[in-house]
Design a protein around this ligand. Sequence first.
Ligand code: NAD
Length: 368
Amino acid sequence: MRRIKVGVVGVGHLGQAHARILGALPEAELVGVVDTNNARAEEVAARHRVRVFDHHLDLARHVDAVCVVTPTVFHHPVASDLLRRGLAVLAEKPLALNLTEAEELVTVAERHGALLQVGHIERFNPAYEEPRARPINPKFVEVERHGTFTGRSTDIGAVLDLMIHDLDLLLDLLREPVVDVQALGMTVFGKHEDMANARLRFAGGCVAHLTASRVSPRPKRKMRIWAPEGYAGIDFCDKRLTLVQPSAEVRARGLNARAVAPEARQELQEQVFKRHLQMRELNCAGSNDQLTNELREFLHCAGVGATPRVSGAAGRDAIALAERVVTALRAHSWTNNANGPIGPDDLPPPAGWLFEPPMDDTLGRAAA
Ligand code: NAD
């Protein structure tokens, strides 16, 4: 087996995990790391006994493939330098800050015959892979992606940071254009939206309703799919899948609940998820984690020249849709009035306090 010489640019929260996994995979030879925070680079390099390079172009001379795990604002300049040298690049999600940059990266990769993969890691979540491989034609999808506030990725908003995962999954599941986008979003801390909600309508009639928040007390990542074939409930955190399908009898004749005598209704209720709707609960957690599987695919594609599951074009398409969501939420009026507050930063003034501020919030107590 040819070992792919690989490096990691940006070894912060996620990049250090790339380095750890690549350092242990037999098909990879982790050559070195780059980070503008030199102490960080030295620490991660020492852990894996690899070199520190001062700049990604120094690293480029020693490797076949590179993971770009810098903040999103640097994906375009770093990845385009590497792609121009013909190196295989795994750029973390989102591929770039905007559609123009994403299109440029796809073009540069094509022009130089270089592999460009994007780190949409949920495609490798086994709780998603399972229903993806089954005959399901979604007609309504509801998604909740709630994260805790980490202070990272503040160069982008919740749409590009979190919702982009689900936009990519929906494009992958449905493989058809989005014909209508409605959205709203709210800024809590920063200059970008910290929560966002979108309603998308696909050309084939499917409607998707997505909420993303990065200021939640607990993480929650769920997708619920309703289809003629049944229902699939995906829990991305726990890697659990719930599948429900109508029995053959219900598919053929439905269920005439009105014909059931009042005294038999309790039994009917007990039989719903036994006889009439068949349910399977699957624990999909496997032995390998998603990042390992994503990196293995990257190394494989870099080695044999195959097309990855999440190509540069897929990363670009997710950004194109994310931009439509951001455009819609920036145009959202909170008062149905073009002269009133519009968009995530411009909320109507708060009407009061939902509860009495705690003792240490002296400013809040004075205002209350
Ligand atoms: P982070 O801030 O923890 O780490 C980024 C690192 O990059 C820092 O150590 C920083 O010093 C370094 N850096 C900055 N500019 C650089 C440059 N030009 N060259 C080299 N190093 C540079 O951020 P993070 O949370 O690890 O996120 C990194 C990227 O990964 C972001 O694009 C983020 O959206 C993405 N991400 C993806 C997922 C996922 O689920 N796939 C999860 C988390 C983060």
